[in-house]
Design a protein around this ligand. Structure first.
Ligand SMILES: C[S@@+](CC[C@H](N)C(=O)[O-])C[C@H]1O[C@@H](n2cnc3c(N)ncnc32)[C@H](O)[C@@H]1O
Length: 220
């Protein structure tokens, strides 16, 4: 019998959850976390929409939600601690334009997102899996890029950052070809240009790692 088990891009663990995160998870889960295909579709259709893959503590998600109130922002994250932080901030800032999906982003895209759905997909500092034997766990590979292409609207934007140069070089190669056009930061609208650095980005700067950015537009 043949088994085809996809390597996971994350390790299943609970992680430490603070009292504040726990309180937010209990109080605001039903308000912000969605999982049904119909709920997700209803949230993202109509308005311009953005997906943040692996939002971590959600600094980027919350910052864009505050500066772009007419955009629907969907965040995908597997760890509850980060979701707790976002729920707490979403409530504090009274944000109506954020919803969270607590799922593997690849499964989400494959199973619950119609084609041509997002204006923007961002993926900042995905887990780098630096050891060579773990590279198969990295989220971005050819099939994943094909999936992103399908789920972006025509002229939709994919915005990627990593502090791991070898990951960046591979990603760069994968975006070569007629389906994507390179963009610069200055090509983006203001709410995407002026995003404050996340804690991961600050750590990378402190550790003297290079910050690498790839911004592409779906063209075909
Ligand atoms: C290094 S952190 C970066 C967080 C954030 N984007 C930032 O820039 O600060 C990577 C995040 O991706 C999440 N993650 C990893 N694989 C994922 C997957 N398949 N689906 C959703 N989230 C994932 C991890 O839980 C982690 O929070």
């Amino acid at each position: 019998m043949a088994f085809n088990i996809k390597p996971k891009s994350f390790v299943t663990r609970q992680g430490r959850i603070t009292a504040n995160q726990k309180k937010a998870l209990t109080s605001f889960w039903n308000k912000y976390v969605i999982s049904e295909f119909s709920e997700i579709q209803e949230f993202i259709q109509g308005n311009s929409s953005l997906l943040d893959i692996g939002f971590g503590a959600g600094e980027t998600l919350v910052s864009i939600a505050q500066s772009k109130l007419d955009m629907s922002l969907l965040g995908a994250e597997v760890y509850l601690s980060g979701i707790g932080t976002v729920l707490s901030k979403a409530d504090e800032f009274d944000l109506e334009n954020i919803k969270i999906v607590n799922e593997d982003a690849e499964d989400l895209l494959q199973n619950k997102i119609p084609d041509n759905s997002f204006d923007v997909i961002i993926m900042f500092y995905p887990d780098p899996w630096p050891k060579r034997r773990h590279h198969k766990r990295r989220l971005i590979k050819k099939e994943f890029i094909d999936l992103l292409h399908k789920k972006l609207k025509p002229s939709g934007i994919f915005y990627f950052k990593t502090d791991w140069k070898d990951y960046f070089d591979k990603v760069n190669l994968l975006f070569e070809g007629p389906n994507w056009e390179d963009l610069n930061l200055l090509d983006l609208e203001e709410h995407l240009r002026d995003i404050p650095p996340t804690s991961f980005e600050k750590k990378a700067i402190q550790a003297n790692r290079s910050l690498n950015t790839k911004i592409v537009k779906k063209v075909n």
